[in-house]
Design a protein around this ligand. Structure first.
Ligand SMILES: Nc1ncnc2c1ncn2[C@@H]1O[C@H](COP(=O)(O)OP(=O)(O)O)[C@@H](O)[C@H]1O
Ligand SMILES: [Mg+2]
Length: 151
């Protein structure tokens, strides 16, 4: 993740691609952002987007093996949250195609092909970089709404 300014808090998580770790990573992201009092909607948007990105590492990047997933989370003083989810798996040969709604390479497991669309819609920004055979990096960000003033 390119360092533009200093985060007020950060956390890193490295975990193997066991499917049980999808819910663990999702819960850790929710626990991390809890410190800035997100709304229920903001919290559930983040959990959904993280779940989609981590699931992709588990089912696509390391389809026939177990590999490591690298997660970095940062919070900035303007109430912005940034998360990077990286794998060293098989990579995505055609990213434009893969990011189209309903596109999936895994029809036999009845995947929806909506993972990237969900990430894009539930977060403020989504950036994906990938190299075939090397891995994939997903960077997402979201601004939390201002805290209500106590009168
Ligand atoms: N981390 C990843 N590593 C390898 N391929 C990926 C990864 N993430 C996504 N893909 C590819 O992009 C496609 C679209 O992903 P997504 O929108 O989440 O849909 P789905 O997971 O339902 O197939 C996947 O079918 C897969 O081919
Ligand atoms: Mg997916």
């Amino acid at each position: 993740m390119r360092e533009r300014r200093k985060p007020i808090n950060e956390a890193r998580l490295v975990l193997p691609s066991h499917s049980i770790n999808e819910s663990f990573a999702r819960s850790v992201s929710a626990a991390f952002v809890a410190q800035v009092n997100p709304t229920i909607t903001e919290l559930s948007d983040i959990k959904c987007a993280v779940s989609e990105a981590v699931t992709n590492c588990i089912v696509h990047a390391y389809a026939d093996s177990i590999g490591m997933i690298y997660i970095t989370m940062k919070l900035y003083d303007n109430r912005e949250f940034r998360i990077e989810i990286k794998d060293k798996g098989r990579g995505i040969p055609n990213l434009d195609e893969a990011m189209q709604p309903l596109y999936t390479t895994d029809k036999e497991n009845e995947r929806s092909g909506m993972g990237f669309t969900i990430m894009e819609n539930f977060m403020d920004s989504l950036k994906v970089t990938s190299a075939a055979g090397k891995g994939t990096k997903v960077i997402m960000s979201k601004h939390f709404s201002p805290l209500p003033r106590i009168k």
